[in-house]
Each structure stands twice: as structure tokens, then as C-alpha cells.
Design a protein around this ligand. Structure first.
Ligand SMILES: [Zn+2]
Ligand SMILES: [Zn+2]
Length: 177
């Protein structure tokens, strides 16, 4: 599949959605959970994370989740606030199997701020390219998980095939009744 954005940008947005979804589901309230998520998405700098780091990360995730649901102008304004609050210092890095891409803070910065600034930079890229319509929530109102829509015509409605088929079955039953 051809991605609508660079692979590392997509990865950052999917990481942001996954963190916010887990936090909302209450499945991300330990340092171990934060470290595991960072490892899954190859997000560096979490190995020494403490409970205070995790608490700071959860606080930032509320802001990032609000940005996901916001309009383009609001996303821009909030991104600027995050850059200022976390003292963003963008620089190019290459790590794991990712070629040159921007990180918002130097290695060794607090992990919560690094997550927030990187997410805000990714969201700022969508503002720039007028593609914030890809920031979606699952249409199944029992789910509402955040996801980044990679479809060509931005038409995806569900976070997963599970939610899609559950909704289709419910619609079918409603028609039969
Ligand atoms: Zn990176
Ligand atoms: Zn869903």
C-alpha cells in the first residue's frame, strides 16, 4: 500500500493513537506499560522511565487526544503551545530502521515531553499538508478508538475489522427485525 505520508510520520501518529486509546481504556497506568508501548513503536528514551515520567506522559496524552478531535486551527494553536511548554528543539536523527527524521527533543529529555513534542510535530505536519481529516475515531460508538486513516480517499470508518463486522451484523439484524 502506498502511504499518504512518510513512514515515520505514520508511525508517530499510530503510536499517539495507541497511547491515547490505552490510557482511555485504563490499560496504560504503569511504567512497564509505557516502556512496552515505546518499545513496540521503536520510540527511544523510555528505558529509564519512572512513575513520575509515566504520570507526566498521561497528562500530555489528554492534550494530544483533544488535538485529535480538534479542527485545524485549534490543532495549530495547541501544537504551538506544546512546543513552547516543552521547549521543543527539533533536530534530525536516524535510528533503528528509520532514515533521517525529526525528533522534537534531544536524547535524554523527559520521555513525556519527547512523546508530546513528537506527536505535536506530526500533527503539525497534517496541519501543513491540510490532511487533518485522517485523524479519526471508530464509528462504532461502543468503541470510539482513535485511528489514523491511511485509505486513499480517507473513507475508513472503523478502527478494526472486528468493529466493522460487529456494526454490519447489528445493521443486518435491525433490517431483519
Ligand atoms: Zn525516531
Ligand atoms: Zn473500533
Amino acid at each position: 500500500m502506498t502511504l499518504p505520508h512518510p513512514r515515520e510520520l505514520v508511525r508517530t501518529l499510530e503510536f499517539t493513537a495507541a497511547l491515547c486509546n490505552r490510557r482511555r481504556e485504563g490499560a496504560l497506568d504503569t511504567v512497564a506499560a509505557l516502556k512496552a508501548m515505546c518499545a513496540d513503536y521503536r520510540f527511544p528514551g523510555a528505558s529509564g522511565a519512572t512513575r513520575a515520567d509515566a504520570a507526566a506522559a498521561w497528562a500530555h496524552l489528554r492534550t494530544l487526544e483533544a488535538m485529535w478531535d480538534a479542527d485545524r486551527d485549534e490543532i495549530a494553536a495547541t501544537a504551538n503551545r506544546v512546543f513552547k511548554q516543552c521547549d521543543a528543539r527539533p533536530h534530525l536523527v536516524r535510528h533503528d530502521d528509520f532514515d533521517w527524521h525529526l525528533h522534537g527533543l534531544p536524547a535524554g529529555a523527559p520521555i513525556a515531553d519527547a512523546i508530546a513534542v513528537n506527536a505535536a510535530m506530526a500533527l503539525a505536519d497534517l496541519v501543513r499538508t491540510e490532511d487533518t481529516a485522517r485523524l479519526k475515531r471508530c464509528s462504532d460508538d461502543r468503541c470510539l478508538r482513535m485511528f489514523f486513516d491511511l485509505s486513499r480517499n480517507r473513507s475508513r470508518r472503523f478502527c478494526s475489522t472486528t468493529c466493522q463486522s460487529r456494526t454490519n451484523v447489528a445493521a443486518f439484524r435491525a433490517r431483519q427485525a
